[in-house]
Ligand binder design. Structure first.
Ligand SMILES: Nc1nc2c(ncn2[C@@H]2O[C@H](COP(=O)(O)OP(=O)(O)O)[C@@H](O)[C@H]2O)c(=O)[nH]1
Ligand SMILES: [Mg+2]
Length: 250
């Protein structure tokens, strides 16, 4: 998923910086193909991409970062002063026990990507929410390109289809103005809808073999229905995301 997700994100970034491009765009981000020469030219301008990753525990955040960085390693963690943090003390980074949004997470395989973890406001802490909001505002305003936040990825897992959008998502998209920093919703774990598709087809009387053969088409329909549902919920909030991307995990 790495190249297409980066392309879509990059497109959103560029759209958010070019108001004239913000006219209604009927082309779903999913079908977008970025000119690779232009992409390289733009990417080479930025020494370090800084991305804030958000989403509830188990949303698939670490997995997305590992895929983007083409690794199964855990990231190294650096504090605000560039000092390496002892990762044994923060086992399960981007998860429990790790609580500083300012810390930089960097994978050895892709040192130009710097990730930040929203660190738990999704669990309902008002103090963590305020800290996240301040971080977003401060970083978005940074005049140094390499310190600036370039994108926010908000992971929403599709394996919990009955609770895709919860209070945390509504609070973020209602109250957090990220300014020019594009927020991209990553719909993670979309592959889990394959089982739903198979069950649906078997419910219509197909054998298991036939259901499995026909599942991909239904799976795509289910993914698109989830996308539309999430879009319907979030697009009417005060600060809706710039873009949505379905990640299949393959
Ligand atoms: N089926 C499926 N499972 C996934 C996917 N992404 C992550 N997972 C699993 O979901 C669990 C939580 O993932 P993780 O990346 O650690 O979530 P985090 O807590 O948000 O960082 C792990 O067991 C992953 O293997 C995906 O795209 N598809
Ligand atoms: Mg994690």
């Amino acid at each position: 998923m790495a190249p297409s997700s980066v392309h879509s994100w990059w497109r959103s970034l560029r759209r958010s910086q070019c108001p004239s491009d913000n006219a209604v765009d009927p082309t779903p981000a999913l079908n977008y193909r970025l000119d690779s020469t232009e992409a390289k030219r733009q990417i080479d301008r930025i020494p370090r991409f800084r991305i804030l990753v958000m989403g509830r525990a188990n949303a698939g955040k670490t997995t997305v970062l590992q895929r983007v960085c083409n690794t199964t390693d855990q990231p190294e963690i650096f504090d605000g002063n560039g000092e390496k943090v002892d990762t044994r003390a923060v086992q399960g980074s981007l998860g429990r026990g790790y609580h500083n949004i300012e810390d930089e997470l960097v994978f050895k395989s892709k040192p130009r990507y710097v990730f930040h973890d929203s660190c738990g406001f999704e669990a309902g802490s008002e103090a963590e929410f305020d800290k996240m909001k301040k971080f977003v505002t401060d970083q978005a305003k940074s005049t140094k390109l390499e310190n600036r936040l370039h994108a926010i990825w908000y992971c929403i897992p599709l394996n919990e289809s009955h609770r895709m959008v919860m209070a945390a998502e509504r609070k973020f998209f209602n109250e957090c103005d990220s300014g020019h920093v594009p927020v991209i919703v990553l719909l993670t774990k979309a592959d889990t809808l394959n089982l739903d598709a198979v069950q649906q087809l078997m419910g219509r009387g197909l054998t298991l073999d036939d259901a499995m053969r026909e599942a991909p088409e239904v799976e795509t329909q289910l993914q698109n229905a989830c996308l539309e549902k999430v879009k319907g919920w979030l697009d009417e909030l005060k600060f809706p995301p710039q873009s949505y991307l379905i990640l299949t995990g393959k």
